[in-house]
Design a protein around this ligand. Structure first.
Ligand code: 5GP
Ligand code: ZN
Length: 118
């Protein structure tokens, strides 16, 4: 858990609500509160880590799990024909919430072609 209040840690703890679509001991997936696509999910490790700069070998298993389940979740949540997986890291990456997360963006029609923003 973070020393500072972290909004995603509060979602993990159930202290603030979220529309969850998947949860196990290590990973939580929920709808982004401001969707940028018809499917816009956030996938987070339950154990707080700021971003990929701070990831180390102790995060390998959960990172692997997230990559392994992303396709199945995207398929189930309305993206059967493709989706985008994005992690914004740090200032240059325009990260807003400093708890590592992957955006799963999709729907049934192709997303915008820009790579700059999710
Ligand atoms: P970032 O810019 O850090 O990659 O993305 C953070 C994302 O978290 C944004 O897309 C924003 O809409 C989402 N977000 C911020 N606060 C909340 C919240 O309280 N609940 C949910 N479900 N999403 C949030
Ligand atoms: Zn956190």
């Amino acid at each position: 858990m973070s020393q500072t209040p972290c909004i995603f840690c509060k979602i993990v703890a159930g202290e603030i609500p979220a529309r969850k679509v998947f949860e196990d001991d290590d990973v939580l997936v929920f709808h982004d509160i401001h969707p940028q696509a018809s499917m816009h999910l956030l996938m987070i490790p339950k154990r707080h880590v700021e971003n990929l700069y701070d990831a180390d070998e102790t995060h390998s298993a959960v990172l692997g799990k997230m990559m392994t389940i992303a396709g199945k979740i995207a398929h189930e949540q309305g993206s059967p024909d493709g989706f985008r997986l994005v992690a914004n890291n740090g200032r240059v990456g325009r990260q807003e919430v400093y708890h590592l997360h992957f955006h799963l963006l999709g729907g049934t029609e192709p997303l915008g072609s820009g790579m700059n923003r999710h």
